[in-house]
Design a protein around this ligand. Structure first.
Ligand code: KIV
Length: 263
């Protein structure tokens, strides 16, 4: 069994081996991921991949707490990150109240919040009150409606400088690591070099300090759309459909259950 990562081993990993993060939303999948992954993210992406919504914005604290509990139950030896849903950290008091709820009701090891310099005060308020924070900069899925779509970041010099300022602000506010999403690879590399904490990429090239993927994307289960940065390690949707088709076919001709499945 792998040793569970800690805030300090995650920070120390910078410059050594890249960190492996994957999303999970339930105990079953979390238990399957535990042996290969350093960190499990209970992402609000569950609102899209599992609740069938068009974006992450309607995820609630109750949902995130329910799914985080399940993941913690299934992967007791994993470092678990709970994504704070949209609208739950708009000010310091709400952010602290909701993060305390996560820490009291689940065994998550940290919370994740989206935003750069504009969220630095909130990150500072959380970290100075005993809440470990993973930042999230670059493309922010919770800003999809205000930005009018998912926009790759770091295309201009101004954007690049602004992202470096975001990363530094989050680090200075006490975050122990951050996710960087949808950023031009060489810009993400610069950003990772400009801070001392691990920068974990998704759609940000392979010169950062780790990678995260949404599990239903990398297992090929989510068919609605496939972002460019996703590699499908198996064609999960076809495998599942084939298996269920075989089951249905066997039931129809009374080929299942057989003797070995019968009391
Ligand atoms: O919600 C999520 O799964 C995330 C990842 C895309 C990093 O935030």
């Amino acid at each position: 069994m792998n040793k569970k990562m800690t805030i300090s081993s995650i920070k120390k990993s910078k410059g050594l081996a890249p960190l492996v993060m994957i999303t999970a939303y339930d105990a079953l999948f979390a238990s399957l991921f535990e042996e290969s992954c350093d960190m499990i993210l209970v992402g609000d992406s569950l609102n899209m991949s599992f609740a069938g919504k068009a974006d992450t914005l309607s995820a609630t604290m109750e949902q995130m707490i329910y799914h985080t509990k399940a993941v913690c139950n299934g992967a007791k030896n994993s470092f678990v990150v709970c994504d704070m849903p949209f609208g739950t950290y708009t000010n310091e008091a709400d952010a602290l109240h909701n993060s305390i709820k996560v820490f009291q009701e689940t065994s998550a090891d940290c919370v994740k919040i989206e935003g750069g310099k504009e969220k630095a005060d909130i990150v500072k308020h959380l970290t100075s009150n005993g809440i470990a924070v993973c930042g999230h900069i670059g493309l922010l899925p919770q800003s999809v409606r205000s930005e009018g779509g998912y926009k790759v970041k770091g295309k201009t010099n101004a954007e690049c400088l602004s992202l470096i300022a975001d990363a530094r602000a989050i680090e200075d506010a006490g975050a122990f690591c951050m996710v960087i999403e949808g950023v031009i690879a060489h810009v993400a590399e610069e950003i990772a070099k400009s801070v001392d904490i691990p920068v974990i990429g998704i759609g940000a090239g392979n010169k950062v300090d780790g990678q995260v993927l949404v599990f239903s994307d990398m297992l090929g289960l989510f068919e609605a759309f496939t972002p460019k940065f996703v590699k499908k390690y198996i064609d999960g949707a076809s495998l599942v459909k084939e298996a269920v088709k075989s089951y249905a076919g066997e039931v129809k001709v009374r080929d299942f259950p057989q003797k070995e499945h019968t009391y």
